[in-house]
Design a protein around this ligand. Structure first.
Ligand code: FEO
Length: 398
C-alpha cells in the first residue's frame, strides 16, 4: 500500500481515514469515512482543506511525509464544516500561511468558528484565479453544496477539480482512487451520500452542473473531501448527480413502518401483496431494523412512500416521527404517499402521518387504512386494496 498518495506530479493526498465513525450527524456510516486534504507543491505550497480535529495528527503526519508543514504558503478553505476545518487552528499555528483563501461566507463562518480576526483571509469568488507558480488555481463558489460557504477549487493545468463535499462518499478504504475499489459498492455509498447530504439542494446542483458544463472546464480528475478520488472516467459521478438531482422516480414503492405488537407489520405485508399483484417493485423497511439514512437512500428513486405506525399515547411511534422529521428536512420531490396502522382505542397515527406527508407536498390521494388491535382477514383486504391503488398510481393512473 502506498503511504504517499500522488494524484498527479506535485499533488498529494494528505487527509485522514476515519475507520471508526458510525454516526455522522444522524447519518449512519457503518464503514466509516475519510476527510481528504490535498497538498500542492509549487512556488506557493498550498494545502486544500484540513481534517476533523480528532484526526489532526494524521494530517500533520501525512504532510510531513512530503514537506515540513511550516513551508505551507497558502491554505484554501473550501468548506468550514468541522469535518474539514477541525484542524485549521493547529495548521495555522504551524504553517503561519501567507494567505487563507475562502469565499465571503467562508470568511464569516471561519470567524464564527475560530474567532481569529488576525488570520490572513483572502476572500475569493467564482472565476477568480490565483497563480501558484506553474499552476493556476481557479475558484468556483458552490453555495449550499453543502453549506453557504462551500466552494470548489480547480487546478487548471492539471484538470483536477477539488470538490469539497460534492461527489463524496462516506466510506473508509485503504485505496484512494475509484478504479481501485468495487464499483457497485462505490456507487451505493455515493448515492447514499447524495440522498442524505445534498438532496435538499438538488435544484442548485442541477444548475451548477449545467454551469460547469457550459464553461467547458476540462476535468481530468475529481477529488472530493470524502471517500475515493474519481480518477477513472471522473464525469461518471457528474452524470450520476445529474440524474439523482432530477428526482425522476422509478416504478418503485417503499413501505416503512414501526410496530408495537406486529399488527402494523402484518398490514405492511398485506399492502405489499397489492403492489406485487401489479408487478411493482417494493421494499418493506422496519424502522427498528433499518437506519433512517438507509431509508432515505431508497426513497431517492421511489415513487410511492407508504408509512405505517401503531398509535401510541395518541401519537405515532417515536421512530416513525424521527423518520418523518428527517425526511422533511431532506425535501424529497415527486412522491405519492399513504399511511396505515393498527390502533387500540383512539388511533391518531394514520391521520398524523397523512398530515406530515401532505406538508412534505406528497400527493396523498388515499385516506389511509387504520385497523383495530389485530387485523381480521377482511381488514387486511383493505390493505391489499391500498397496495393495488398505489400500484395503479405508480403506473401512471391519476
Ligand atoms: Fe463534509 Fe459539509 O462537510
Amino acid at each position: 500500500m502506498r503511504t504517499i498518495v500522488k494524484l498527479k506530479e506535485g499533488i498529494h493526498w494528505v487527509g485522514a481515514v476515519d475507520w471508526n465513525v458510525r454516526d455522522f450527524h444522524g447519518y449512519s456510516t457503518p464503514k466509516g469515512t475519510t476527510y481528504n486534504a490535498y497538498l500542492v507543491l509549487d512556488e506557493k505550497i498550498t494545502l486544500f482543506d484540513t481534517v476533523k480535529g480528532s484526526l489532526q495528527s494524521d494530517l500533520i503526519h501525512n504532510i510531513y511525509k512530503v514537506i515540513d508543514p511550516s513551508k505551507i504558503d497558502y491554505l484554501v478553505v473550501n468548506h468550514v464544516e468541522p469535518d474539514h476545518s477541525g484542524s485549521i487552528r493547529d495548521l495555522v499555528e504551524r504553517a503561519r500561511p501567507e494567505k487563507i483563501f475562502c469565499s465571503a461566507r467562508g470568511k464569516k463562518a471561519l470567524l464564527q468558528h475560530f474567532h481569529h480576526e488576525d488570520w490572513p483571509y483572502e476572500v475569493v469568488e467564482t472565476g477568480q484565479e490565483v497563480s501558484l507558480g506553474k499552476r493556476t488555481l481557479q475558484f468556483i463558489e458552490t453555495r449550499m453544496v453543502h453549506w453557504p460557504d462551500s466552494m470548489f477549487s480547480y487546478l487548471k493545468e492539471d484538470g483536477v477539480l477539488i470538490s469539497s463535499d460534492g461527489f463524496g462518499q462516506h466510506w473508509a478504504t485503504s485505496e484512494r482512487f475509484n478504479d481501485d475499489v468495487d464499483h457497485a459498492e462505490l456507487m451505493f455509498h455515493a448515492k447514499k451520500y447524495f440522498a442524505n447530504i445534498l438532496l435538499p439542494y438538488a435544484p442548485l446542483i442541477s444548475k451548477l452542473i449545467a454551469q460547469v458544463a457550459e464553461s467547458g472546464l476540462k476535468v481530468d480528475m475529481i477529488a472530493p473531501d470524502h471517500g475515493v478520488i474519481w480518477r477513472n472516467s471522473p464525469l461518471q459521478i457528474v452524470a450520476a448527480y445529474d440524474e439523482w438531482a432530477k428526482q425522476e422516480p422509478k416504478q418503485k414503492a417503499l413501505i416503512i413502518y414501526d410496530t408495537m405488537w406486529r399488527s402494523t407489520e402484518i398490514m405492511a405485508k398485506a399492502i405489499s401483496d397489492g403492489l406485487a399483484e401489479n408487478q411493482v417493485t417494493f421494499k418493506i423497511m422496519d424502522l427498528s431494523a433499518t437506519h433512517r439514512s438507509d431509508v432515505i437512500t431508497e426513497i431517492l428513486d421511489a415513487r410511492a412512500v407508504i408509512v405505517g405506525s401503531s398509535t401510541l399515547n395518541n401519537n405515532m411511534l417515536p421512530r416513525v416521527a424521527d423518520m418523518l422529521c428527517y425526511m422533511k428536512g431532506l425535501r424529497p420531490q415527486n412522491k405519492i404517499g399513504a399511511a396505515f396502522g393498527s390502533y387500540g382505542w383512539s388511533g391518531e397515527a394514520v391521520k398524523l402521518i397523512t398530515k406530515e406527508l401532505e406538508e412534505m407536498k406528497f400527493d396523498v390521494a388515499h385516506p389511509g387504512v387504520r385497523l383495530p388491535y389485530v387485523p381480521t382477514h377482511e381488514g387486511l383486504r383493505e390493505c391489499v386494496e391500498l397496495g393495488r391503488q398505489m400500484a395503479k398510481r405508480i403506473k401512471g393512473a391519476p
